[in-house]
Every structure is written in structure tokens, then in C-alpha cells.
Write a protein that binds this ligand. Sequence first.
Ligand SMILES: [Zn+2]
Length: 430
Amino acid sequence: MMVDKKKSNQQNPEPCRHYKNELSLLSEEKANEVVERSLKIYYVVETLRITDTFECKMNEFIEAHMFIIDQEVQEFLKKPKPNEDELTVESIYSGMAGVALLYNFYANKTQNNNKTLEAKVIIEKCLSILDENSDSITFLTGKSGIFVTATEIYRDLGDIENAKKMIKRVVDLMPLALNEKMPDVLLYGRAGYLYSLLFLKKLGWEDQKRDKLIRKVVTTIFKNGIQTCSKDKPRRTSLMYKCHNKKYLGAAQGLSGVIHCLLLAKSYLTKGELDDLIKPALDYLLTLRYKSGNLPASLCNDPDHLVQWCHGASGVSHTYVLAYKVFLDEKYLNAAVQFGDIVWQRGLLTKGYGLCHGVSGNSYTFMSLFQLTGNTKYLYRAARFIDWCLTTNRQNRVPDNPYSMFEGVAGVTYALMDAQDPKTANIPGF
Ligand SMILES: [Zn+2]
């Protein structure tokens, strides 16, 4: 049983950041027995379809969350157009563009066309109050995420003309993306813009210059990564990136997140870049692990506290899953599995349920390990974490943006719907 009680630690004055997962203490044999006995509560083992009972339980939450989010949407739509100095970027991460993304996802999952139309109204309001002078360009926190989501919504509605206009607006951000002041990391920089370009390609973006544009961004990311560590003595890595003057390592702001996006763009990389730049950086990251196996948030002697998508094992596991698919090196598979085990032990966060630093985000680590290995142990783990999110009152603070995609209920709702198709479930924006 998972115990709904904070682990106390007398020696450490820092409060523990996670609930104790007693299932992670079982012997392998016992744990396998539990999976065999209990997976069927969540999924029909033969087909991997969700069981009716679990689906009902989840849908009750999804509908309740959608109702609450809808109240926020109505308030948002009523707001008058802000003054010049109050313009915002209603981002995917923390703003209403994330809610538009959720509505369109809901529409596609439930074949509910009305929700696509509602998504269109939300994203158009986001576009109308957008700060055009903002230099934020990424998918998660910047303008490209709004334009890409609008592209998808227009495409789903068959409005190809407006979809094309949105694609152009993403491409028009290219000079900003190539500006030397722009950082490279996923949340705030070029890797997050690269993600948007790759997403457009998936949506059917055809342009003679498309591949050249993507390659330009890739080249700049490599150039900066080499430069940041070229003067290190001794030189331990082939690539490194700075964000807010700190060398972060995790998915959101760090080296592993940049590598992740470069691996997503692997058809644009040369063999030399894969073997001489990406691989040594992946190997270097593994040498930085704590004794526990977790990855530090940065190179600044951080304590071993964070096991979440943005910092630590949860996000990094995804990158080693991808690395294994590209390089077929067992070392990367073992690393992904080991990071996943840490999430199982320490991933029921007291901080909350969200995607970025919460339990629903951590459930995706198991989904990606399940998709790679086919081992139902990971499907069971994902289901346990999703099930955890269906019990309220387990978070010790309200998120900064409680209705948002990456910190709040919109993200949890997205993860609940996504878990109903475990073969395709994928954390948005990564
Ligand atoms: Zn976070």
C-alpha cells in the first residue's frame, strides 16, 4: 500500500519532498506478484485497454476538472483587451494557451467538435492580447507554443489559410531564435523553439526552406554548447549550456533537455555530431549522478532533493529512453531504468500533482519506459501514480498557476486522458 503520510527524517531539517512509496520496498519477486495481481484493476492485460472501472473513476475527475477550468476560461474571455504595458504571453506552460491545447486534446480524444471550437476561441483571445515585443520564443513558455497550438486547432477545423498564417508567425521568430543573446535551453531558449519547428513538421508544414531553417537552429545550439565548455580544464564534456548564469542539467533548463530536443531532430544531425558531441555529453551526465543515482539539478552542489520532470531523474529518464532508441547502447537503457526506479521510490511528491514538478508529470516516466520495453511493470507504476492524482488533499501548497498546463489542473487532466492510451501517452512539449 502507498502510505498517505509524510516520511519523517529527524536528522534532516529539510522537510521530505515525497511520500513514502512502500511498494518500492518490496523484493523483486513480491513486486512482480503485485503487478500480476493488480495491473488488471487498471488495464485489461491482453489488450492494454483501460478497464471500465478505472476509466469511470478517471472520467469523473476529468469532467470535474474540465468544469472548474471552464469557469476560469469564461473569466478570461470576459477580460477587456489590456493596455500596451499589460500585454502578456499566455503561454502553454502557465497561461491560457495551455488550456486551449487541453481543449483541443479533449476534443480529439472524445470526438467533441464543440471543444475544438472552444479551443479556437481561447487561442484567438491569447493571440489578441499577445505581447508582440516579447522575445520569448519557445513552445512551453513563449510565442511559438501559441502559434503552433493555433496551427493545430485551425488545421483540425479545416481552416488551412489561418493555419498557414500561424506557421509563418513561427518561422518569423527565426531572427530572434538565432540572436546571440537567446539562451539554448528547452524552457526559455532555442531548444524550445526547435521543438516548435519539429512539431510544425509533424503537422504537415511544407516549405522549400524548412529543413534548412531547422538545421540552422541545430547548428547554433551545437556551436554554443561547444563554446560553453571549450575552456574547461580538464574538459569533461562535449556540450554544456547556461541558463540564468547557471549550468543546469535537467529537462527544463539544462543540458539533458537540450540533448533531448537534438535527439528529436536526429534526422538533421550528422553521424559525427551524434557520436562526438551528443554521446560524450550523455556519458558525462551519467558521471554526475548522486550516490542515490539521481541527477543533480545543476553543477552548483545542489542537495539530492528533486525528482521531478523539470529537475532530476524523472525528466532525464525520458532522454535516456530516446538515447537508447538512437544509439542502441544498453548503458542508456540501464540509465533510463535506474532513473525510473528513483521516480518510483521518490516521485510521489508532496509539492503536488502537476506536470512540471508533480506526480502526473512523474507518471510519464513510466509511460515512456513501458513504451520502450513493453514491460507491464512500468504500466502498473504509471497507473499507480495516475491513481494517486485522483485523491485530493495530498499537495502541501497551491501552485502559482493552479489551472495551468504545467503547474495546475489542466496538466493533470491532460495526463488522465493520455493514460487511457498508454501506447501513445507523451508529456506535452517534450
Ligand atoms: Zn518544475
